[in-house]
Write a protein that binds this ligand. Sequence first.
Ligand SMILES: Cc1cc2nc3c(=O)[nH]c(=O)nc-3n(C[C@H](O)[C@H](O)[C@H](O)COP(=O)(O)O)c2cc1C
Length: 174
Amino acid sequence: MAETANPRRFTDFLRGLRAVRDFKRQPIPDDVVHDILEVARWSGSASNRQFAQIIVVHQPDSLQALSGVGGYAGHLRGAALAMILVMPGEWAEGETFDEGRMAERIMLAAAAHGLGASIGWFSPDGRAKAKQILGVPDPKVVRTAISMGYPARAPRRGKRKPLSDLVLEERYRP
Ligand SMILES: Cc1cc2nc3c(=O)[nH]c(=O)nc-3n(C[C@H](O)[C@H](O)[C@H](O)COP(=O)(O)O)c2cc1C
């Protein structure tokens, strides 16, 4: 259970998570990587089926290649590492939901260690190329990459719509 003595500290931390795409040239210690992966391991999944696998990519050549396959993952190029989520490709709806849950937990665990991270999605063509680079067979799906490293600068504040546009009381209204 989370510590409840100061819940606002935790909600501030959760609310403060921003995408970070610029990284220092500084490696991430192995024990930190391990801790983040342990958080990912405990991510919930539909029927606890634990669909996901994670490829941890450190090699600069591989990061460079993955950054250019197509899509919006150019930020992998300057990252200390990337965590690439591999899904079975058998149940799109459930797997995609689990993939999102795991990606978010990885980003939060990274932030807890003072790291920045960003999701990058490969385009449909890019997914095939990313699988080739990583040796992932069909029908598995490689769609989500998470770049990670120590932030080169403070993240942007970000923008969100007001709560009143997001939350409806009791019934839907347009
Ligand atoms: C499903 C999904 C796909 C995303 N794909 C990309 C992407 O391909 N490239 C990227 O730079 N950021 C990607 N992001 C990050 C979003 O751009 C980011 O969450 C959004 O801009 C809000 O940023 P902020 O939390 O820093 O304010 C993705 C996020 C999600 C949830």
